[in-house]
Design a protein around this ligand. Sequence first.
Ligand code: ATP
Ligand code: MG
Length: 558
Amino acid sequence: MSAESKKAHNFILSLIDEAIREGKHTGKVVTRFPPEPNGYLHIGHAKSICLNFGIAEAFAGECNLRFDDTNPEKESQEYIDVIKQDVTWLGYQWAGDVRYASDYFDAIYDFAVELIQKGKAYVCGLNAEQMAEYRGTLRAPGRDSPFRDRPVDENLALFQAMRDGKYNNGELVLRAKIDMASANINLRDPILYRIRYADHHQTGDKWCIYPMYDFTHPISDALEGVTHSLCTLEFEDHRPLYDWVLENISSPCQPRQIEFARLNLNYTITSKRKLKRLVDEGHCDSWDDPRMPTLSGMRRRGYTPESIRTFCDMVGVNKAGGTVDMGMLEHAIREDLNTRAPRAMCVMRPLKVTLTNYPDDQTETLTLPVHPQNPEMGTRDVPWTRTLFIDREDFSEAPPRKWKRLAPDQAVRLRGGYVMTCREVIRNAAGEIVELRCEYDKATLGVNPEGYKPNGVVHWVSATDSVAVDINQYDRLFNSESPDSDKDGDFVEHLNPESLVRLEGARAEKSLASPGQTLPYQFEREGYFFFDEQASTAGRPVFNRTVTLRDSWAKTNS
Ligand code: ATP
Ligand code: MG
């Protein structure tokens, strides 16, 4: 099968396919995913990961994982470790070892010297303010720096002195000598190197000068033999500089930069800088808070790698920006879990039910399917006892019309069990309902009752043979569609105050005390819930709501 027929909606795949068919591209296809280790990966990065690794897979090529680590002050080993874990979790394997742009600092330095020797780079002493002033604007050309015509020997000596630590932060920079009048501001003698006295997580204190992204990136691509350098649209205007760098150094090859639209998702944000604020200011607990759109947050919430890959496929890859509806991501996880999540019952707000006609010392074991449509997933044992719990919300003393749950003198079926009828409501001194006394109908296991009709089906657990669990009911992090686009306010003003509702002391089937499996459960009638290993303590499991059974945002909030 040609790669194109597999993913026709991906224009980059089509471009490469065509180039191969026309003989314009020969040899292996090599791509790379180049995160900067200055934060956790988010759902936007997943699009880039799926694209880069997907293209490599489609053409039996290779995709590298390369840390773009040229800003040591903002980067850390913690971020590197999590990013590697996230890429692996999504189901991708990079070619060879993990790479670092910092692996190439020596080579990049040598290429800078080469540019100086060719008269194509110079050491400039303008300060940041002057630099901005000389740069000009979109309408007005820039002016040449007074240092632009410094002789080659002097540039070489100064650049060496920068490296040797003879100058302070910001005192000197190395700039490319291109064109201060270019319509493209990126070509107005961009900075190639700056002085930064900062310890680097990979290179320690070896360097006090660091190359800029626009200089580092093309060189790193070329040194790795990358054939297609895929990046987001904001780099379109940098492409002439990308090409200029490789054309003016003795580059081993000329990778091709192709841009695509970033993924924007409504009801959340996809900017590491802003996500970091959510953590630093305590709006979320951590980078892997299940409300965060980070891959590690989504993993803790119960998103599967399959659902994220399906979502990225659904979104497609194109040149036109736009915002994708959160409902689409939620749809992807619902669909995935609906087909394979094991079923279980969990009563969120337990209300005690006593079956007055069931012997006190008796227990029977009901056998329920793990998944009603997938018999091969097996069965589970659910104990039926004299006292049970149902959800408070499944009982009403004064039920509205068409009530499908329990009410005085009415009957419901307990899912997978018997039909019972409510005979008496017990209250405490404060007048609150604390117990229902019901009669069960022992002729109704798996068959309809004779002569009357139950109101509906509710979920339940044994009161004496179940486990107490805590539930994090997560919802969307923001209650505004585009928290980011509030020009007068701050995006944090749009946080959803109900993004986390915690329920303590819910009751679940006892097998949930230590779930030995990696998928969320479908808690019947409630939604999908994932065991949170990190938050659970011995004997007290915590479950995170991945997503509700149905989209409650589609109608009410748009
Ligand atoms: P942020 O703005 O969140 O810091 P970034 O682009 O600076 O994102 P990088 O670590 O540089 O983050 O990103 C690594 C790769 O992922 C880059 O190639 C980048 O283009 C891509 N990427 C980042 N965000 C998105 C997004 N929202 N949609 C698609 N690709 C993205
Ligand atoms: Mg970046």
